[in-house]
Design a binder for this molecule. Structure first.
Ligand code: NAD
Length: 262
């Protein structure tokens, strides 16, 4: 299937590794010109070089998603390097884990700044260019926690729900202008973050790493964790003209983990 992404300008947030990197790789493989960003300059440069080596046109910008000035310069660099942004993929490191009693006001503020405010600011910054073109794609990487909250992740469960409410409302406001807004909801997917999480949970539960991973798999009908490129394939499709009539949706890529009917 030709997704028609050749020459499109894509910004993928938090993309030096993991799901963001996989999305950047997939969009570059489809011919998009991609701007990647993250905080750590070294990992970012390694990713830029790796995607460039596959023939991708990539620019890398050091960015902290909780810093509004960084977000502004991210989009400015994208525009000066490649032109107005056609595709925005929002993502981030994710709020810190914890129960209600474990997270304080500072953690709540950080979760809102990094996970909600960054999405709002980036959308505000790219929408004028998309409106002028009469087309655009905004895709937010959220989580299965939006449909089925995960115990011990109160910040993620609450703030990603806010992102989802924002996205659904924005989708309605911009749909007639040729712009779609959707969310992809990863389930347990093998990234460095999840690899680290397995070790942390094993230490916390006094279990082995294999026991922790077996516990995750037991809750997934597909009986395995996802691969980052399986989420990235959906992102590329939603970014394409083929997906022009899909908007305001949250789509899981979770091997069946969410048990609800709709
Ligand atoms: P990861 O840790 O492997 O990658 C996160 C990326 O974000 C890295 O490139 C990192 O440098 C960057 N980053 C972190 N904090 C940043 C900041 N403040 N500013 C800019 N960049 C920053 O994580 P991942 O597994 O790819 O997860 C990505 C997102 O998806 C997270 O929000 C995570 O909670 C969510 N998620 C992941 C899974 C999963 O199973 N992997 C499942 C559900 C939701």
């Amino acid at each position: 299937m030709d997704l028609g992404l050749s020459g499109k300008v894509a910004v993928v947030v938090a993309s030096s590794r993991g799901l963001g990197r996989a999305a950047a790789e997939e969009l570059a493989a489809e011919g998009a010109r991609v701007v990647i960003c993250a905080r750590g300059a070294e990992a970012l440069e390694e990713t830029r070089a790796a995607i460039t080596a596959t023939g991708g046109e990539i620019v890398a910008v050091p960015v902290d998603t909780s810093n509004p000035d960084d977000l502004e310069s991210l989009i400015t660099v994208a525009e000066t390097s490649f032109g107005p942004v056609d595709i925005l993929v929002t993502n981030g490191g994710g709020p810190s884990p914890g129960t209600f009693d474990e997270v304080d006001d500072a953690a709540w503020d950080a979760a809102v700044a990094g996970t909600l405010s960054s999405v709002v600011r980036l959308c505000r910054r790219v929408l004028p260019g998309m409106r002028e073109k009469g087309s655009g794609r905004i895709i937010n990487i959220t989580s299965i926690a939006v449909k089925q909250p995960v115990d011990g992740l109160i910040l993620s469960n609450a703030v990603r729900a806010a992102v989802t409410g924002f996205a659904r409302t924005l989708a309605n406001e911009v749909a007639s202008q040729g712009i779609t807004v959707n969310n992809v909801m990863p389930g347990f997917t093998w990234t460095e973050r999840v690899d680290e999480l397995a070790d942390k949970q094993a230490a916390f539960a006094e279990a082995t790493r294999d026991e922790v991973i077996a516990g995750w798999k037991a809750a997934i009908p597909a009986a395995r964790l996802g691969e980052p490129n399986e989420l990235a394939a959906l992102i590329a499709f939603l970014a394409s003209s083929r997906a022009a009539y899909i908007t305001g949706q949250s789509i899981p890529v979770d091997g069946g983990w969410i048990r609800s009917l709709v």
